[in-house]
Every structure is written in C-alpha cells, then in structure tokens.
Design a binder for this molecule. Structure first.
Ligand code: ATP
Ligand code: MG
Length: 481
C-alpha cells in the first residue's frame, strides 16, 4: 500500500521511522510522498533525505498514479474535506483524528501486553522465593496484616490451602490470635518495617506442649511499588537449636570459670576446715554428752562437714560429675532440710511450714545433692523474708507425668524483672556477703538429675521456686525379680 502524507510534522517523521523498522505481516505499507507548507518540517526533511517525493502544496498529490491512500496529519478538518473532494475515486483517505484514535488503541494494547508480561515475570520470581525457602515459613502481607500470598511450608503447617489463607490476617493463620502479635515474647516486626521502610527483625518465644521454649526469628522485608511500601515479605525461622547451642556454650564457659575458681579455692578452704573439724572433735571428746555445750559442738561438727561437702560439690558441679544415685525417700530429704535450716529461720523470726504429701514414692537420686539444692533454696527464701514472714516447703508426686514437684515459697522481698534472668548466673548476688553460687549449684544439681527448676516472683510479695524431678525407679525391677 502506497501512502502519501499531508502534514510533515513530528507525527509524519515517527510514521516514516515506524514503517521503515517494523515488519508488517498482512500489508506492506510504504510512504511514497509527503506534503507540507514548511520546507523544514521534520517529516518532510526526513522524506527528502530518503529520496521520496516532497512538495509544499498537497494539490500536487492528486494527479499522481502511485498513491493508494492519503493520510491527513495536519489536524485541519478543512484540509481533510478538500482532500476528500479532490482525490481520485480509487484513492482512500484517512483523517488525523482516526490516526490518533488508532495510535492510542495501539499504545493501550501495548501497555497491557507489557503489564501482563511484567506480572508474569514477577509471579515467576515470587514463586521461586516463596517455594525455595522450604524450611522457613514465608508470607507476603499487606500493611493491614492481610495475607497476600504464603509458601507451601506455611500452608502445610497451618493446614490450609492457598486460597483459604489469602485475605486472612497473618496473626490469625500463624498464631491463632484475633489481634496482631505483641508483648515481650512475641513482638510483631511489621509496623517497624512499614514505618522505617527498612527490614525489621524480632524473636518470638513460644512453648511447646511439654513446656519447652521454642525460639523463632521473625523478619519483615518491605515490598515497594513506585517508592511506596505496599506490604512486606514476612519470614519466620525456627532458631531453637541455634539458641540452645549458644546457651550451652555460655553455660560451658561459666562452668569452666567456676571450675578454675573452685579448684583454686577448694584447696585453701579445705585446710582450715580440717583444722576446725579436728579441734571441735577434740573438744567434743573432752565434753560430757550431758553438758549443754556438747550438742552445740555436735552442730559445729555437722555444719563443718556440710561446708566441706559443699566445696566438694562445687568441684563436682564444675566438673559436671555424675551424681551418686541411690534409692532414697524424698520426704526424709525434705524433712532433714527443714531441720537443718530451722535455726536460721528462728534467728530471722521466719516460720517454716511443711506441706508434704505422705505418699511420695522412693526414687533413685543423690540424696545429699538434692538436700544441698533444697537447703540453698530454703536459705535464700529465709534470707529474703523479713521477721514475721513465712517460708513454705511443699512436695507432691504428679502421677500423670511421673514427676516430683517440690516448691519453696516465701513471703519475702521478691525479685525484680531486671534481676530475674540473672539469678542462676554464677556469682550473681545482691547480698553483701553472698557468693552468688547457691542457685548456680542448685541448677547444676537439678539438671544432673534430669529435672527443671522454675521461678515465679513478684516484687514486694514473695518468690516461689518449683523443682520438677522425674521419678527414677533405678534398679527397682532388679530388686523385684
Ligand atoms: N527467694 C528469693 N527471694 C528473693 N531473691 C532471691 C531469692 N532467691 C535468690 N534470690 C536472688 O538471687 C541471687 C542469687 O542467689 P544465690 O543463692 O545464687 O546467691 P546468694 O544467695 O546471693 O549467695 P550465697 O548463696 O552464696 O549466699 C540472690 O543474691 C538474690 O538476689
Ligand atoms: Mg543463696
């Protein structure tokens, strides 16, 4: 199709370019002539350069035989009307507005094709991100916490199909909550990521059905469109193993330092203690058993022996030596602990209350060590309780999970939130003459028995420590043969 253009402006030049470069499938258009009043009109200049017929008077076009179509690009309706009047019958004509209209349609179609293509590419990229990170739970979330997309891993854990998850709130699907995650143990990183337009990370601490702590690293990465944050990619990763390894390393570090200290101190303490012990034993030999001092001397001997044992235990603990277990009666051990701490309680004007179940079964434990742990806790409780206060020791057997629960509860000062995470650290003390080893040793002993120790405290109201020891039947079965 041979075309003559009336109006040699920019649009004419663009048309010349387009026809030159584009390969048409059904028609093969060719511009053969351009008319414009101005000699320097860009379309006319280009046509001249290309060796086409050019003229300043469009009337020159009507006599030519090599034209099938005249395009009017001047934008002047009168010019188009004149073309219609003067052109040969076999020649067709189109007005500028039809060409504008066709041009706009082609631009719109083009941008639709491009947008579809872009969407396809984005979707493919997203699919890779969403489904490659198989160990992580991944969601794309809008700023109002609605799920835009989620990966297979998350959907599997939530027991949902993708279409069931999309549109629901992220906290509903991932945490079964009816409001966004919050609080110290599960802070939400989304608002921070939206506000700062930067990635934000928090750690969630949850507990499983056995009361074990599980740690999750939760990160939000902002997603931008035209410079605006339109949502975030939220990634949740289970980091419990990493945290536990880290804790173990810190614990081992502490143990190593206690070990070094204990080894040095034990030698120095044992010598004077042996001197005290022999002197007191000699004095006891020279004292009549009916003498009131005889009993006091016996207490000094017993307590010095206990000190000596504590030094040994400290060394055991530092070296993580195995406890010497034998079948023991927990009721006896607790009763003995009360006897040994009663004097200290009386001195502080604190009442010790026993609340022991009678049917505690025998268990395979190192009675001396457990007693030492209970004495540490009871002394702490007495020391934290003012005159007129109360310390309660209770013990019960929980048949469901086969554990002993021993609780030492006091009406004392309580522990501040700032301190509570540190009380089991070796050498942490708030007392003028404390070593800060009591709870570290206690924790070591309980852990060596496969048990746990929990603390609950309210400042000004009191503290309660709960030890949970698994029932260990030892070689009971061998006895019953
Ligand atoms: N029942 C309690 N009430 C209030 N605070 C307590 C209680 N038990 C422990 N604590 C706090 O924990 C800290 C550490 O206790 P831990 O038994 O390890 O050492 P200590 O008692 O300070 O020293 P030591 O045991 O050598 O006398 C205490 O200093 C105290 O601040
Ligand atoms: Mg103590």
């Amino acid at each position: 199709m041979k075309i003559a253009v009336v109006g040699g402006g920019n649009r004419c030049r663009n048309l010349l370019d387009l026809i030159e470069k584009h390969s048409f499938s059904e028609i093969s258009p060719k511009i053969v002539a351009v008319a414009d009043k101005k000699d320097d009109a860009p379309g006319l200049v280009k046509a001249r350069e290309n060796g086409l017929f050019v003229t300043n008077d469009y009337n020159d076009l009507f006599d030519r035989d090599d034209i099938d179509l005249i395009m009017e690009l001047t934008g002047d309706q009168d010019v188009f009307n004149e073309i219609l009047k003067k052109k040969k019958k076999t020649v067709r004509a189109v007005a500028h507005w039809i060409i504008n209209f066709l041009y706009e349609i082609s631009v719109a179609l083009n941008s639709q094709v491009l947008a579809k293509q872009r969407l396809k590419e984005q979707r493919a990229r997203c699919d890779v991100i969403m489904n490659v990170a198989i160990n992580e739970k991944v969601m794309v979330i809008s700023p109002d916490y609605r799920i835009i997309d989620a990966n297979e891993n998350l959907l599997k854990k939530a027991g949902l199909r993708r279409d069931q998850a999309i549109g629901r709130y992220c906290y509903e699907v991932s945490h079964n909550l009816d409001a966004p995650c919050s609080g110290e143990r599960s802070p939400c990183p989304l608002p921070q990521a939206i506000k700062t337009k930067k990635p934000s990370q928090t750690t969630h601490i949850h507990t499983d059905k056995d009361n074990n702590e599980l740690f999750f690293s939760v990160s939000c990465y902002p997603v931008f469109e035209d410079g605006k944050v339109i949502g975030v990619v939220g990634i949740s990763r289970d980091i419990t193993k990493d945290v536990n390894i880290q804790k173990l390393m810190v614990q081992q570090d502490r143990l190593a330092s206690i070990g070094r200290l204990a080894a040095g101190v034990a030698h120095e303490i044992n010598n004077p203690m042996t001197t005290i012990l022999t002197s007191v034993m000699l004095m006891q030999e020279d004292t009549d058993p009916n003498d009131p001092n005889y009993q006091e001397l016996k207490t000094i001997v017993d307590e010095t022996l206990r000190c000596s044992k504590i030094v040994t235990s400290l060394l055991d603990f530092a070296r993580q030596m195995k406890p010497a277990k034998k079948m023991s009666n927990p009721t006896d051990i607790i009763a003995e602990c009360i006897v040994l701490t009663k004097k200290q309680a009386e001195f502080n004007d604190v009442v010790i209350v026993e609340n022991l179940s009678e049917d505690l079964p025998l268990t395979n434990i190192d009675g001396d060590k457990i007693q030492q742990a209970l004495i540490n806790l009871t002394l702490n409780a007495i020391e934290a309780t003012g005159p007129g206060g109360k310390v309660t020791l209770s013990a019960k057997f929980v048949p469901n999970n086969e554990t002993f629960e021993i609780t030492i509860c006091d009406s004392g000062t309580g522990i501040s939130d700032k301190d509570i995470d540190k009380i089991f650290d070796p050498f942490f003390t708030t007392k003028e003459n404390g070593t800060g080893l009591g709870l570290a040793i206690t924790l070591g002993i309980i852990e060596q028995h496969g048990g746990t120790i929990d603390v609950k405290s309210k400042l000004g109201q009191g503290t309660s420590f709960t030890i949970r020891l698994p029932l260990d039947q030892g070689n009971k079965d061998v006895h019953s043969l």
